[in-house]
Each structure stands twice: as C-alpha cells, then as structure tokens.
Design a binder for this molecule. Structure first.
Ligand code: CA
Ligand code: CA
Length: 183
C-alpha cells in the first residue's frame, strides 16, 4: 500500500502479507516530497506486516520524509537488501514506533532514525512464543478465543499449536500455560 503526499489514513487491525515492491516499502510506504511539505502521517495500529519484500529498502515498511505513528504493530519475516528489511526510516526522525515487535527480518530490522515511544521489541531472531497464535507478543484471551473458535479438526491452522491436526484441550492447556507477555 502506498500512502503519499499529505495522505494520513488510519490503518487498524490490518495484515499486510506476501506483497512485493519493485522499489521501497513491500507492505506499506509512507512517502513525501524532499522538502517535507507534504508528509504522509499515517496512523497505524494493531497491524501485522509479514513476509513482504522490496527490491530497494523497507521490506515491510518504508517511510520517507514523513511522521507516521506505529502502535502495536508486528513486523516479521520481511526482506530487503541491503538494509531495512523490517522498516526503513529515511529522514523521518519524528516517526514514532510504540509497543511494537520487529523481528526476524533481513537484512537488518530497522534502518534509519525514528522516535522510540517505548515498549518495542527489536530482535534479529524472533523469540518463539508458544501459544501466541496471532503473533502479537502476548498470550491472552484473544489466543484462547481463537482456539475455541477453531475447535475440532483443523489441519495446518495456527491455533493447532502442537500440530496434531486437531484443536483440543491440549492446545488450550499450552495457551493457558504460557499466559502473558512473551519476553
Ligand atoms: Ca496473542
Ligand atoms: Ca492440537
């Protein structure tokens, strides 16, 4: 998705998956002119950026001369070479990243400077979090309800945590046993 030249959408509960950009910003690009006259200050909350790629920079997200706000996003398994696999901030030091998880991207998780609003997890390798079925960094009632909602035979689904082809009380107990934040 491209957000350009004074475009300030609110994006919430979105998943950007398996996209590719011929230039920058495989999942999302927030770009403005060089003079910073027309920034694209998207407000992005509770979104997942997974398995996107870019030929240039920002496999998951590319920000150029803009100040978007990212709250509780997950950016993982995105690719861009040579840098900014997860997020690329180009002359966007006021862009804010808050309570987000950036991990398992290549090459590099984040390129460029941004404003760290706190609560971020930025790691080269994602910490495995058994029971976190929606990969938001916490095992909570959302994961529990997802398991209950897919109760029964469920081949290859995320809530079949032990991978035995059925969602049942075993999976539920794994979720309860790992309850809480995955740090
Ligand atoms: Ca979760
Ligand atoms: Ca199971």
């Amino acid at each position: 998705m491209s957000v350009a030249y004074r475009c300030d959408p609110i994006l919430s509960n979105c998943t950007f998956e398996n996209n590719h950009a011929g230039r920058s910003g495989g999942g999302l690009a927030c770009v403005a002119d060089e003079a910073h006259m027309y920034p694209s200050n998207a407000d992005v909350q509770n979104c997942i950026f997974e398995n996107n790629s870019a030929t240039e920079e920002g496999g998951g997200i590319h920000v150029r001369n803009s100040d978007p706000t990212f709250i509780s996003i997950v950016v993982t398994s995105n690719v861009a070479n040579p840098s900014g696999g997860g997020v690329n901030f180009y002359e966007s030091t006021d862009a804010q990243l808050i309570n987000s998880t950036i991990c398992g991207n290549s090459a590099s998780q984040i390129n460029g400077n941004f404003t760290d609003g706190g609560g971020n997890i930025i790691e080269d390798v994602c910490t495995l979090c058994e029971g976190d079925t929606n990969e938001d960094g916490v095992v909570d009632v959302t994961d529990l309800l997802a398991a209950v909602g897919s109760w029964g035979p469920c081949s290859g689904c995320a809530v079949d945590i032990d991978g035995n082809g059925v969602v049942n009380v075993t999976d539920l107990l794994i979720i309860v046993g790992n309850w809480g934040s995955c740090e």
